[in-house]
Design a protein around this ligand. Structure first.
Ligand code: 4AD
Length: 431
């Protein structure tokens, strides 16, 4: 007997096949039972008719509990109303393990309950669809950067230097030395760009941020490209092309998942480069015109400010050239002004907030040394990073895209906690 997966069923119409599945849900009457089956590749309905299969098998089907695992055999029938265009007419069931009291039922559950049961919640249709979107964003990321001549580089997770400020670090011991979990691979990616020209990384990032919002995780995954001989404007072009590419890839390859999520795809179809740009100065003016009196030039934007700016556009928007005082030490100053730097945050539409932070990097040795001192950083820890500016330093730029925020936006999830398999949140380390 041919063992296949649910997503392969359309290629086997009329054939008898065997599937390894779990029971997601069921409904039955005295004569017919409908089983909702899942196997990871998708969900499908199986039909079992008492008159056709006899008392015993029908009783087995009726007695199946939610999440019971089994091998199920049947004939694949065309059914144009279903997701894969087919259903299974059951002829045999071989129970592997009967699940007991599965806690997540089709009724509504509270978020804390679902989070406590994250190891099981992952099996639900919505979570399944979000993980598929996440997987497609990762796949398309590798495809985009490989197509464009970037080399994948893996920066270390245990580090001695902190790129994004010292207040949000997870400290640990490295034998007798102090070390930190990586907040960003950027500094290492700059070294790699000097060796390989165009590089990108993809890895976990740790921020001990005491923020409890729908956009913040303690551990999240970041994609960090870094490009030698690349000035600020050129880097914005790469960002808008990259983001357009992943959105279009998800639209093309995750139709079933977006449909299951009820995502309004008309909000994504037009996401194509170029994206609008607004300077920080103009963004402040815009917010004042909109009646925001709580923000002054020199302040960082909060979520309501970002949302108000994003609502003005139907594509992601770059906010460029922030004040030097609210950005990290490594950003290149504006060529005509010393109060702002050559950086941009990319703000997603629909209130999903900042999905990319990036900048041109300082390439001058003396200026970088001065900035390290101004930020009270230990120059010894950055000696190797400074050294890069002594050995054929070039203009270079890079950026970091937060995977979970991007997945939340594309899939329409309310919270980033649903966009990573096992979220690490404030006060949550289990499961
Ligand atoms: O703006 P950030 O802090 O930039 C950097 O770390 C740079 N060193 C990246 C670089 O230039 N190579 O973070 C980049 C992105 C943000 O735009 C956001 O999408 C995501 O990382 N991010 C978070 N995502 C979830 N939870 C958090 N606590 C996040 N903090 C940042």
């Amino acid at each position: 007997m041919k063992k296949i997966m649910i997503h392969d069923m359309p290629n086997h119409i009329g054939e008898t096949v065997k599937l390894g599945v779990w029971l997601a849900n069921k409904r039955s009457s005295g004569k017919i039972a409908f089983l909702q089956l899942r196997d990871g590749s998708g969900f499908v309905q199986a039909v079992i008719v008492k008159e056709e299969v006899g008392e015993e098998l029908f009783a087995t089907a009726k007695g199946l509990t939610q999440e019971t695992s089994m091998y199920i055999t049947g004939v694949v029938k065309e059914d144009t109303r279903s997701t894969f265009g087919c259903e299974l007419n059951v002829t045999a069931i071989e129970v592997i393990h009967a699940a007991v009291d599965y806690p997540i039922t089709p009724k509504e559950h509270g978020v804390e309950f679902l989070m406590d049961n994250r190891h099981l919640w992952l099996r639900s249709r919505k979570q399944h669809a979000i993980m598929k979107v996440r997987n497609e964003v990762i796949r398309a990321t590798y495809e985009f950067f490989n197509m464009n001549g970037f080399v994948k580089i893996d920066p270390p997770i245990l580090t001695g230097s902190a790129p994004e400020g010292t207040s949000e670090l997870f400290a640990t011991k490295y034998f007798d030395e102090d070390a930190y979990l990586s907040q960003s691979g950027q500094l290492y990616m700059e070294a790699a760009a000097m060796a390989l020209g165009k590089v990108f990384s993809f890895g976990p990032t740790f921020r001990a941020e005491k923020s409890k919002t729908r956009r913040h995780l303690i551990e999240f995954w970041m994609i960090e490209p870094e490009i030698a001989f690349c000035e600020f404007e050129e880097s914005l072009e790469i960002q808008e092309q990259y983001v357009s590419y992943i959105v279009q890839s998800v639209l093309k390859n995750c139709k079933i998942d977006l449909e299951r999520l009820g995502r309004d795809t008309s909000k994504l179809e037009h996401i194509q480069a170029p994206f609008p740009r607004i300077t920080y100065d103009d963004a402040i003016k815009f917010l004042h015109e909109k009646g925001f009196t709580d923000i002054q030039w020199g302040d960082d934007f909060g979520a309501p400010h970002e949302t108000a700016i994003a609502e003005h556009y139907d594509k992601p928007v770059f906010i460029t050239c922030y004040p030097v005082g609210i950005k990290p030490f490594y950003m290149q100053p504006h060529p005509e002004r010393d109060d702002v730097v050559l950086c941009a945050d990319l703000i997603a539409p629909e209130g999903y907030g900042e999905i990319i932070g990036g900048s041109e990097r300082i390439n001058d040795y003396d200026l970088l040394k001065q900035r390290i001192a101004e930020h009270n950083l230990d120059e010894k820890a950055y000696a190797w990073y400074l050294d890069l500016r002594k050995q054929g330093s070039v203009p270079h730029s890079g950026f970091g895209l937060g995977l979970e925020r991007t997945v939340a936006w594309i899939s329409g999830a309310e919270h980033v906690r649903e966009c990573i398999p096992f979220p690490r949140l404030l006060n949550r380390l289990y499961p």
